[in-house]
Design a protein around this ligand. Structure first.
Ligand code: BEZ
Length: 211
């Protein structure tokens, strides 16, 4: 079954490079990012893991736990982590799930049989503190992901959960946001004291309210 936005994500127990976990306990009250890569000791995945490790302070600032997965074993992940640090100068500082029996991969729909029967695709799931799926991305094996985009989406989700706004195309933290159409002009004046510009009745821009 395909996981859809708003679904409660499956819980699981699994071995990781930082010891066994129960996924829900690992997440606690934090946001979570669960991502899969196709295979250990492969070039694109090597660059991705180093980048996620570099971005860990950004995930920490956003109260977000990050965890990776492939169908390789924990022992294989640990061996590979040595290569990642040696070649790219970045230690892997987050847990990696070993899933050789593919049980977690299957429960999250990370195996797409028409792409590969055995390997996980490049999935990313953003999970909120209520364990609801808030973003799902699938990339092909040949294309490394842009994890700065995942940080950008986290900023948008965390902002739009707290205020009646949405974020426009290519928005970045600190830029103007869109007032939700359900909010009347009268109400907007109260909720957004920095003011707003009306380009159309359905397109009203206001400075980011939490800055
Ligand atoms: C890679 O990470 O480079 C890769 C992994 C699996 C298939 C193709 C490329």
């Amino acid at each position: 079954m395909t996981l859809q936005l708003g679904d409660t994500v499956p819980d699981f127990d699994a071995p990781t490079t930082q010891g066994p976990i129960n996924f829900y306990n690992f997440l606690g009250d934090s946001w979570g990012i669960l991502f899969s890569h196709p295979k250990d000791f492969t070039p694109v995945c090597t660059t991705e893991l180093a980048e996620v490790a570099r971005l860990k302070p950004e995930f920490d600032k956003r109260n977000t736990k990050v965890i990776g997965l492939s169908v390789d074993s924990v022992e294989s992940h640990l061996d590979w982590e040595g290569d990642i640090e040696e070649t790219l100068g970045q230690a892997v500082n987050f847990p990696m799930i070993g899933d050789p029996d593919r049980s977690v991969a299957m429960s999250y729909g990370m195996i797409h049989p028409n792409a590969s029967d055995t390997l996980t695709v490049r999935s990313v799931f953003i999970i909120d503190p209520k364990k609801k799926l808030r973003l799902s991305l699938t990339y092909p094996a040949s294309t490394g992901r842009n994890f700065r985009e995942i940080v950008r989406v986290l900023d948008s989700l965390q902002l739009t959960d707290d205020y009646s706004v949405a974020t426009p195309v290519n928005w970045r933290d600190g830029e103007d946001v869109i007032i939700a159409t359900a909010v009347s002009d009268e109400e907007a004046k109260k909720r957004f004291p920095k003011g707003f510009k009306t380009l159309k009745p359905y397109l009203r821009l206001t400075p980011q309210p939490n800055k």
